[in-house]
Design a protein around this ligand. Structure first.
Ligand SMILES: Cc1cc2nc3c(=O)[nH]c(=O)nc-3n(C[C@H](O)[C@H](O)[C@H](O)COP(=O)(O)OP(=O)(O)OC[C@H]3O[C@@H](n4cnc5c(N)ncnc54)[C@H](O)[C@@H]3O)c2cc1C
Length: 454
């Protein structure tokens, strides 16, 4: 008899798990309380990239301005864009992808259960939805319930009047100005988009820099590029209060100074919403980050797994997918583990950022002796020809045997190039191995070759 498995949540953690389980011969049902595809497809990765693509086209047009005939195009500005159409384009993209996902479930014969699922026993889930209350027995379950935007205490009482990464996609009109709270990936991507759309952007950050944990060379390059375009950062600044009057929303800072804008977008973190999942009843444990799992993605009940954002190990879609597949394979008898060291970390702004493995500070903290080499896109023919000279490729090597331990890329197609270096880290390649590749000319990948020769 095949194993009965229930997956809770159809985001990038849940749906690859369901597909893999089916492939391996399990009887699979997937429960979804909201929209198929989860945060990633509906309110995260995909809609934000559709918005960023619009912003990038505006940015690219600005680059073309110097080639226009005198007097033509001088009137073009981002506020000529129709905000309703910008939003409609993102909705179109989401619908297309969501429909194909739903079809995939159908084709693969995965049972779809619409509604909110909760554990009602160690081998039973109750789903409450449009069809009423239904119960399903399981041999194993995967919890992939994701996270929701979280509001720091000062902002909490004003949640309805402020916006967050879920609701920003539905703003009725393009604001003239926005304060973005948080200079992590989500904050930076929205800062980049709104700036390209002609919106005045202030970014408020309690820490001293953008992208916590990222290499200082990377953060310096990104910060300086954003600042040149007029995005203003306010570091080491803590909000003490909010005032909302008329059309203006004001953040009062601890030193008494104020920042006002049409919109305040709180992008300062996400948290798992574990209420109502029935975890207490089963004794499943969680902490500040989310549901506690071991390296095999098992909760303290070995037949119940938790993957993706809900376990808080790595709040990225591709981490969720890998963990989902690992949980599926482990349910079917494997003993696979998740290696967080191989997860590419990307920012889809311009300049783009892609990092993998260790940076120098992380290597130092682990007591590893490393050397770094860096090549700037400024010296690369393709970069000069395409006017994309911002940024660099930086490689981190073991100082002893030249094994590639990590890489950081700013600029160019950093989010694509990083995969070559992810492979190098995974296979523990040496500098000489990467030098053995022939790099096509002219490409941005030649910056990797240059960095190897430094
Ligand atoms: C603006 C933004 C941009 C982002 N961009 C990127 C990016 O470019 N790259 C990247 O890697 N990551 C990005 N992320 C992060 C990425 O979206 C998440 O890491 C990813 O969605 C996590 O996947 P998940 O499956 O764990 O959870 P989710 O995608 O959140 O899916 C969880 C699903 O479970 C459902 N659910 C919850 N509780 C229940 C229940 N009780 N019963 C039934 N269903 C339930 C929810 O409705 C949801 O559909 C972004 C996030 C945001 C907010």
């Amino acid at each position: 008899m095949s194993k009965k498995v229930i997956v809770i949540g159809s985001g990038p953690g849940g749906y690859p798990a369901a597909l893999r389980l089916k492939e391996l011969g399990a009887e699979v049902a997937i429960a979804e309380a909201w929209d198929f595809g989860g945060t990633c497809l509906n309110r995260g990765c995909i809609p934000s990239k559709a918005f960023l693509d619009t912003g990038h086209r505006v940015h690219a047009f600005e680059g073309l301005r110097k080639l226009l005939k005198d007097g033509s195009g001088v009137n073009f500005s981002a506020d000529m864009l129709d905000w309703t159409k910008v939003k409609a384009r993102r909705a179109e993209v989401i619908t297309k992808l969501r429909v194909s996902l739903e079809k995939l479930f159908q084709v693969k014969k995965i049972e779809v259960l619409r509604g909110r699922a909760a554990f009602s026993g160690p081998g039973e889930v109750t789903i409450t939805g449009p069809q009423g209350e239904i119960k399903r027995q399981f041999d194993a379950a995967i919890l992939a319930a994701g996270t929701r935007p979280s509001f720091p205490p000062v902002f909490r009482d004003f949640q309805e009047q402020l916006t967050d990464s879920d609701r920003v996609f539905d703003l009725p009109q393009r604001p003239e100005s926005v304060i973005i709270v948080g200079a992590g990936v989500i904050g930076l991507e929205f800062a980049c988009f709104f700036n390209a759309m002609g919106v005045k952007v202030d970014v408020l950050e309690i820490l001293t820099d953008i992208l916590p944990g990222e290499d200082p060379q990377v953060t310096r390059a990104v910060r300086s590029s954003f600042e040149k375009r007029g995005i203003k950062f306010h570091f080491s600044r803590k909000a003490a209060g909010i005032e909302i009057a008329g059309g203006a929303k004001t953040v009062i800072l601890e030193d008494g100074s104020k920042l006002a804008a049409d919109e305040i977008l709180v992008g300062a973190g996400r948290a798992a919403d574990l209420a109502g999942l029935g975890l207490d009843g089963l004794g499943i444990t969680w902490d500040r980050r989310g549901v506690v799992v071991n390296e095999f993605m098992q909760t303290c009940l070995p037949h119940i797994y938790a993957v993706g954002d809900v376990n808080g190990l790595s709040l990225l879609a591709h981490s969720a997918s890998r963990q989902g597949e690992i949980a599926a394979e482990n349910i079917m008898g494997a003993r696979h583990t998740f290696d967080a060291g191989l997860v590419p970390r990307c920012v889809y702004s311009w300049p783009e950022v892609g990092s993998v493995g260790l940076n120098k500070a992380q290597a130092d903290a682990q007591g590893l002796a490393v050397k770094t080499s860096r090549a700037y896109f400024l010296g690369i023919g393709k970069a000069v020809a395409t006017d994309e000279t911002e940024g660099f490729v930086q490689l981190v090597f073991d100082a002893g045997d030249d094994t590639v331990l990590g890489a950081q890329i700013v600029g160019g197609p950093a989010t694509e190039l990083i995969h070559v270096l992810a492979l190098a880290v995974k296979l523990q390649l040496k500098r000489s191995d990467l030098k053995g590749i022939i790099y096509a000319h002219p490409t941005m990948a030649e910056a990797i070759h240059e960095a190897l020769n430094k």
